[in-house]
Design a protein around this ligand. Structure first.
Ligand code: KMH
Ligand code: ZN
Length: 273
């Protein structure tokens, strides 16, 4: 089995310091939290940015500043979000593509998202995929519901996505596909041979889905974006605490952890000097 890539989704757009005071907002907080997550075993940082009051931001300057600060401390693969927050325009959501990063997210369909709708019309998806190609990023395809895999395969046929594909199965968003072993197996069986996949179990599903992925040969995303608890009822002190727990589970099952260079090789990215 390949080494395990651990992604840390350090902040997202929805959770706030009211949910967990460790949720990072400023570039400095984001860089520090990413650094400690990296030290704990994360080789990929999935990045959103925030305004100082914690509301979701889309500024390319904030992305650039955060990326520069992270890179002063360590060299993980940085994956900027093009999902942003519900209600952002496509121009706002693609601001992060100018921060000099290697990867970005790409959601290939619309989904109910709690009481909102995370809207990704066919033309908007093509617009984002085109910009991703122009900006030389490898997309990670965010799958919130099963039909999004088929939509991604249609983009391959149109030349807007290139194999090998990298998938992220986000399971357990209220409105999306549920977090179950059956759903995870179905999705893992639905993607083209040679693709990589990662699972992000939302909320209480983070570690159970992660443990299944470790055994199935997939990869795992943890982080305060998806889940603020390190154990039932115990708030995570940091993103690093979530990474540490999944790294410990991986070690129990003798699955070695990928460092950023291993992760670049596994994901088909160019090595960084
Ligand atoms: N905040 C969600 C609406 C992504 O980063 O690409 C979308 C999201 C997905 O977080
Ligand atoms: Zn995200």
């Amino acid at each position: 089995m390949e080494k395990l890539i651990i992604t840390c989704a350090v902040t997202g757009a929805e959770v706030t310091k009211k949910d967990n005071p460790a949720v990072p907002y400023t570039p400095e907080e984001l860089a520090e939290s990413s650094f400690f997550a990296f030290c704990a075993g994360a080789s990929v940082i999935h990045l959103h940015v925030r305004n100082p009051d914690g509301t979701p931001a889309y500024s390319r300057d904030l992305f650039r500043k955060t990326v520069d600060l992270i890179r002063k401390k360590c060299d993980p693969i940085i994956m900027v979000s093009t999902g942003g927050a519900v209600g952002m325009s496509i121009d706002q959501r693609t601001e992060g593509l100018d921060a000099g990063t290697e990867m970005c997210s790409l959601t290939t369909g619309s989904v109910n998202f709690g009481s909102d709708v995370f809207l990704n019309t066919p033309s908007d998806i093509e617009k984002v995929a085109t910009r991703i190609q122009q900006k030389g990023h490898k997309p990670e395809i965010e799958i919130f519901d099963a039909g999004m895999v088929d939509n991604a395969l249609a983009l391959v046929k149109k030349g807007l996505l290139k194999e090998p594909l990298a998938f992220q199965f986000v399971l357990g968003v209220p409105g999306g596909i549920g977090a179950s072993v059956r759903s995870l197996s179905y999705l893992a069986d639905s993607i083209p041979a040679g693709s990589t996949w990662t699972v992000a179990g939302v909320g209480r599903h983070e570690f159970s889905m992660g443990a299944h992925a470790i055994l199935m040969g997939g990869n795992v995303r943890v982080g305060l974006e998806d889940n603020v608890y390190v154990r039932k009822g115990v708030l995570a002190e940091s993103n690093a605490a979530l990474v540490e727990r999944i790294a410990k589970i991986a070690k129990e099952f003798d699955r070695p952890i990928a460092d950023p260079n291993d992760a670049r090789r596994i994901l088909g990215l160019k090595p960084r000097a």
